[in-house]
Write a protein of this length. Structure first.
Ligand code: HEM
Length: 435
């Protein structure tokens, strides 16, 4: 589909065949970004892994992330941290069971997710369960997803850029400013403590980045560090929260699927044991639940907008240079040519299927594909499986009195990520175990 929105050509790709043709044959030509005004706030786009064009600066940032955060070795080493955050999640929900408290799944997933990321980046927790401590950060992260996903007249009519008629860039500045100010403080404190003789080195991403910054002839500045941390923080929080909330919503709405997931966990893991990362590959039903959640509710419904560097010829059509390219993963997931009963949640469809979300199967490119594929995929894979498995294995969930599973509000709220419009609230009861 070719849309001319103001002065901008927008190409929307809504079939796996076309996505494959574009990404496999023209990956380099479409690997830059159509940078929205929202991402230009505080000049974030000039240092951002997510918004830089493919080039040496972008390659360096990807390499730094892959080596220091997402390599198998690093992920093995940080496993212990994730286990600790999941135990905190379990303990909190267990407390809610005792007091019969209603739990907002999005809230607890947010606290877990933000702490998983903040402890990997900074060795510190940003949020606590049951308090408003993380409210400001939450508003900033979700505010950025909103400003980056809201259609902005200034992106389509460049003469409006100076006026910023919807105030989107200004709002973005406020959210970016808040997060960067927090990171500024953390980085300054760390720099000070690195000068002290008695402070042991931390084993986190910030320490690795500061080491790189302090290498001789390094041109990796503190400014670069803060903007990279910001991208990792924002991209890694909301996407995971949305996935967990949607997975739990679908399972609570489909009690027979919930039972299958529970049975698999109790048979393979055992009632008195917790799920470990090494168990994920032994849980085919849970893996299918996650894939089906990604198919039905992709956290990045259009990926992050790509841009054509040049005119591209494809199937007899020309994509003009500088067009914005949106890969409509949301529509591909709902296409009845590809999926039987496309609108129902059926994890079973993946049990005997080789389709995966690692960028090779264009029916399910939840994380994108090619050069720009999400670098956080291996971490996200672990976080989403573990959080859902913990919530399912340790607790039984029922809806508040008067709410029926089939009447759950399934509306979606579009931004750069796809939120559940109405938060999922449920009451946990403890499964009988000896943990
Ligand atoms: C369920 C969780 C997640 C989903 C579905 C997801 C999805 C995506 C998608 C669709 C893109 C854009 C791909 C493209 O434009 O072709 C992306 C980019 C990115 N993601 Fe993720 N992501 C998730 C979790 C994470 C995590 C945990 C991190 C890091 C902590 C992360 C960091 C990034 C970064 C930095 C980019 C920009 C990469 C670039 O432009 O080169 N993501 N992600």
């Amino acid at each position: 589909m070719h849309l001319k929105l103001g002065t901008m050509h927008t190409i929307v790709v809504s079939s796996p065949e076309m996505a494959k043709e574009l990404i496999q044959k023209h990956d380099l030509a479409i690997s830059s970004r159509a940078v929205p005004e929202a991402a230009r706030a505080l000049n974030h786009h000039t240092a951002s892994l997510a918004w830089l064009p493919v080039g040496s600066q972008w390659r360096t940032l990807r390499k730094i992330c892959n080596e220091n955060m997402f390599s198998s070795k690093q992920l093995e080493a940080s496993q212990i941290l994730r286990r600790e955050k999941l135990q905190q999640l379990r303990d909190y929900v267990q407390g809610c069971c005792s007091s019969g408290r209603v739990v907002s799944i999005g809230e607890i997933a947010f606290v877990t997710s933000i702490n998983l990321i903040s402890s990997t980046l900074f060795s510190m927790d940003f949020a606590q369960f049951g308090t408003d401590s993380s409210q400001e950060m939450k508003e900033a992260v979700q505010g950025l997803m909103k400003t980056h996903g809201t259609p902005n007249l200034a992106d389509y009519f460049p003469m409006l850029k100076l006026i910023d008629p919807q105030g989107i860039k200004r709002e973005s500045e406020v959210h970016l400013g808040k997060i960067l100010a927090t990171f500024d403080e953390i980085v300054s404190q760390r720099l000070q403590s690195r000068c002290g003789v008695h402070s042991p080195k931390k084993d986190d991403m910030l320490e690795a980045l500061l080491d790189l910054n302090q290498e001789n002839d390094s041109n990796f500045s503190l400014h670069d560090i803060k903007h990279l941390l910001l991208d990792l923080f924002v991209a890694g929080t909301d996407t995971v929260v949305d996935s967990v909330e949607w997975a739990m919503t679908e399972l609570i709405r489909n009690p027979e699927k919930m039972l299958k997931a529970k049975n698999e966990l109790s048979t393979i893991i055992g009632m008195n044991k917790q799920v470990e990362e090494s168990d994920i590959s032994r849980l085919p039903y849970m893996h299918s639940v996650v894939k089906e959640t990604f198919r039905c509710h992709p956290p990045g419904p259009f990926l992050v907008p790509h841009r054509a560097n040049d005119d591209i010829e494809i199937n007899g059509y020309t994509i003009p240079k500088n067009s914005q390219i949106l890969i409509n993963v949301w529509a591909i997931g709902k296409d009845s040519r590809i999926w039987s009963n496309a609108h129902s949640f059926e994890p079973e469809r993946f049990l005997d299927s080789k389709i995966n979300y690692r960028g090779q199967d264009f029916e399910l490119i939840t994380f994108g594909s090619g050069r720009r594929i999400c670098p956080g995929l291996p971490l996200a894979h672990r976080m989403v499986h573990l959080m859902v498995a913990y919530l399912v294995h340790n607790f039984n969930w029922k809806l508040e009195p008067g709410v029926k599973p089939e009447e759950l509000d399934m509306n979606e709220k579009f931004g750069l990520s796809l939120h559940k419009a109405a938060p999922l609230k449920a009451i946990p009861t403890k499964v009988n175990t000896t943990f």
